[in-house]
Design a protein around this ligand. Structure first.
Ligand code: BES
Ligand code: MN
Ligand code: ZN
Length: 472
């Protein structure tokens, strides 16, 4: 799995590296000697955004490169501002001048992730590391935890289902636990019935040998710290089940374990940074497959919480596997439950690919999330748990249906479904994410994408300091 740690280092006194001199259109000439200014003019450099002008140094070698920023300097908190420069550079190490250290540290995130490649299946990979040198007192570790968390999320999503089935998700969770000194236990196959996870079993039971449904349970951290439970939808492939998806709708469904990939990425950030929390990560991992023993439309299945659920549509499988995991999470009364899921097409229709639809039963949690999302340039958008729609989930023959009787407001009714399985005394947020970058942006190639992780990480940091503040 990707580790981008070598792309970022702290400066040491004798370090030789090239300088990227960030300049604006209006001011760059002031920083140059007469010869340099003439050179810049001769090669047509005017400080335009993302244009480069290498300056010849001693004996003709390049040790300074002017980099245009256009009219103005970047925001000091924008993680992506530096990313578009990276691909224009040769392999080597670089330091950045002309902007504040804070701006460079923020941009270091995008610098690293711009160099992320999913190269597992490529036979010929060119290695071209561009290393960013940060000032001696910059916190490279903090940046790298976030970078490697996002890279893990991307790797897991990008890996095709053949190599990212339920057992592979289990492997990934076990590896993380081992790396950071956590524990990981998993309940597999028929044992799910024994241990009362009937909905996880019903959805996943049609998958092949070795690909049995399972409930992955990773724990980490000291018992004295606040308990945060992360729940991630781990549908390794979503065919739609017997309510089969058409080809276009199925094409990207290797990414339907994106929720699991998000919580594992966030766990990597939290454990790497040694946040003072007790962490639990629950992943119901299944394939929503078609077979003779697949669950059917019209079936009534049991759930861990005891609510019976009529199956209106086997393609609304995410909420089924999540509801058992959320019920388990609630039993422990954690301080916070966060769930991530590629849950509905409706969330995408409403908000497009980039904005995670965020639902929470706590206004104050939303305030913290919104503040963190804004500060980190990691957007989240709140949607309502609109209580009057709850009755749309009623069923004639069971306690509830897995789909709403109206197709409208589908992201909301899915969230309301989940809410029925979360204890209302527990603070909870649900993120309906796309988990995919459909068109490339600097630092974000087409493919698996991490959304909301940095915002959640910052929110958790604040959440801890408030908890500690209150208990003192
Ligand atoms: N995994 C899909 C949701 C999805 C589809 C997310 C495309 C992102 C892109 C989910 O399991 C699903 O199929 N949801 C259905 C629910 C419906 C049957 C109530 C949907 O959104 O159409
Ligand atoms: Mn589905
Ligand atoms: Zn799904």
């Amino acid at each position: 799995m990707s580790d981008l740690s070598s792309l970022l280092i702290n400066q040491t006194p004798d370090m030789g590296c090239r300088t990227l001199e960030m300049v604006t259109q209006s001011s760059f000439k002031g920083a140059l000697s007469k010869t340099e200014a003439a050179w810049a003019e001769a090669v047509g450099f005017s400080g335009k955004k993302n244009t480069l002008c290498p300056l010849p140094g001693k004996e003709g070698a390049v040790d300074r490169i002017l980099v245009g920023m256009g009219q103005s300097k970047p925001s000091e908190t924008d993680p992506w501002w530096l990313a578009s420069v990276v691909s224009k550079l040769e392999a080597g190490s670089y330091r950045v001048t002309g902007v504040t250290d804070a701006a460079v540290t923020a941009g270091a995130y995008g610098w690293c992730l711009e160099q992320y490649r999913f190269d597992r299946y490529l036979s010929d990979v060119e290695k071209k590391d561009r290393v960013l040198v940060l000032s001696a007192d910059s916190d490279t570790h903090a940046v790298l935890h976030a970078v490697n968390g996002a890279a893990l999320t991307r790797d897991l999503i990008n890996t095709p289902t053949e190599h990212m089935g339920p057992a592979d998700l289990q492997d990934a969770a076990e590896k993380l636990a081992e790396t950071y000194g956590g524990q990981c236990g998993t309940i597999v196959g028929e044992d799910l019935l024994e241990e009362n996870f009937p909905a996880v079993h019903a959805v996943g039971r049609a998958a092949g040998v070795g690909r049995e449904p399972r409930l992955i349970d990773l724990t980490w951290g000291a018992a004295s710290h606040p308990l945060i439970t992360l729940v991630g939808k781990g549908v390794c492939f979503d065919t739609g089940g017997l309510d089969l998806k058409p080809a276009a709708g199925m094409r990207l469904m290797k990414k339907d374990m994106g929720g699991a990939a998000h919580v594992l990425g966030l766990a990597r950030m939290i454990m790497g940074a040694k946040l003072k929390v007790r962490l639990r990560v629950l992943i119901p991992a299944v394939e929503n497959a078609v077979s003779g023993n697949a669950y059917r439309p019209g079936d009534v299945i049991a759930t861990r919480k005891g609510l019976s659920v009529e199956i209106g549509n086997t393609d609304a499988e995410g909420r089924l596997v999540l509801c058992d995991a959320l019920a388990l999470a609630s039993e422990e009364n954690p301080d916070l439950i966060l769930d991530f899921a590629t849950l509905t097409g409706a969330a995408r229709t409403a908000l497009g690919p980039d904005l995670p639809a965020t639902f929470t039963n706590s206004d104050s949690l939303w305030e913290q999330l919104e503040a963190s999302a804004n500060a980190d340039h990691d957007p989240l958008w709140r949607m309502p748990l609109w209580a009057p729609y709850d009755k749309l989930l009623d069923s004639e023959i069971a306690d509830m249906n897995n789909i709403a009787s109206s197709g409208q407001g589908g992201a909301i009714t899915a969230a309301l479904y989940l809410q029925r399985f979360v204890r209302d005394t527990v603070t909870w947020a649900h993120f309906d994410v796309f988990g995919w970058t459909p068109s490339a942006h600097p630092g974000r190639p087409v493919g698996g994408g991490a959304q909301g992780l940095r915002a959640c990480f910052s929110m958790i940091e604040n959440f801890i300091s408030e908890k500690v503040g209150k208990s003192n």
